[in-house]
Write a protein that binds this ligand. Structure first.
Ligand SMILES: NC(=O)C1=CN([C@@H]2O[C@H](COP(=O)(O)OP(=O)(O)OC[C@H]3O[C@@H](n4cnc5c(N)ncnc54)[C@H](O)[C@@H]3O)[C@@H](O)[C@H]2O)C=CC1
Ligand SMILES: O=C(O)C1=N[C@H](C(=O)O)C[C@H](O)C1
Length: 246
């Protein structure tokens, strides 16, 4: 059983992950990390005690699951490195320098950076690799991500990851061969469309999340996958590989 600490238990994602993880026999939720000073510090959510200080509780876990903010995630990353704990980070919007710090950390701790933990999105990524290999040079490739008006980052982390995996598969540049578009409006829930646009014809492939449960389920699957893993960089592609028999 993996012992986990879950951050942001009042956040949109953190609250769903905590609820899902608390009900899974494969996971033991050792604690939750809330925003310091918040009125819910010291209370229990889903039967889990909420602390405002990761240093006080981190030694009770094997792994931290963190879907919060860039600032908090960088602090969580540094604590995980200092205490030799694993980390699944689903937060998006990091700078290149911050991403490099995650890669460096993977030399000493088990690390999963995953901008999208939905099983379907990660299957979609495999389908798009095939599309990009078959169609590169014959068409334009564009990615449109649509999210609610409160989302902080654009393009989405998912758009960037899909672009990177297509570019790697088809030997393209993710910066110059793929074009990114973002719409932030109302309460749109995560929607990604990839367009392969030729002349006289076009392919559009879309993933629509109706709510955020697919990401919470995927985060818990990822935590189960991380059990017993040593230092290194792991991806959702590794998590789904067994199920897809890739
Ligand atoms: N990887 C994936 O599949 C997904 C990733 N995300 C990403 O996850 C992140 C969070 O998204 P949401 O839950 O929608 O945002 P949210 O705004 O609902 O939640 C963020 C939470 O972080 C908490 N927080 C801030 N500072 C903190 C601190 N010092 N200690 C503890 N908690 C702190 C806030 O109190 C808030 O509850 C975003 O970067 C988003 O893009 C969102 C959905 C799926
Ligand atoms: O903020 C969100 O909602 C989401 N963020 C992630 C991203 O930036 O790709 C994953 C998903 O799209 C939901």
């Amino acid at each position: 059983m993996v012992k986990v600490i879950i951050t942001a238990p009042k956040g949109k994602m953190g609250s769903l992950i905590l609820k899902e993880a608390a009900g899974r026999p494969s996971l033991d939720v050792a604690g939750a990390l809330g925003r310091p000073g918040a009125d819910y510090i010291g209370t229990e959510i889903c039967g889990v005690k909420v602390s405002g200080d990761l240093e006080q509780i981190i030694d009770q876990c094997d792994l931290v699951i963190d879907f919060s903010t860039v600032e908090n995630s960088m602090a969580v990353l540094r604590s995980c490195v200092a205490h030799g704990k694993g980390l699944i980070c689903g937060t998006t919007g990091f700078t290149d320098e911050q991403e490099a710090e995650f890669r460096k950390a993977a030399e000493t701790i088990p690390m999963m950076r995953a901008s999208n933990t939905s099983y379907m999105v990660n299957v979609l990524s495999k389908m798009l690799e095939l599309g990009a290999r078959a169609l590169s040079g014959l068409c334009d490739i564009d990615i449109l991500d649509m999210h609610d008006r409160k989302k902080k980052d654009a393009p989405s982390g998912t758009a960037k990851e899909l672009g990177d995996s297509m570019a790697k598969a088809a030997r393209l540049s993710p910066e110059t061969d793929i074009t990114y578009h973002s719409l932030r409006a109302g309460d749109i829930s995560s929607t990604h469309t990839v367009f392969f646009t030729g002349f006289g014809e076009r392919i559009e492939v879309t993933h629509r999340a109706y709510n955020w449960e697919c990401f919470a389920n995927g985060a818990c699957e990822a935590a189960r996958f991380m059990e017993g893993k040593g230092p290194g960089s792991y991806t959702m592609s590794d998590v789904i590989a067994g199920e897809m028999a890739l």
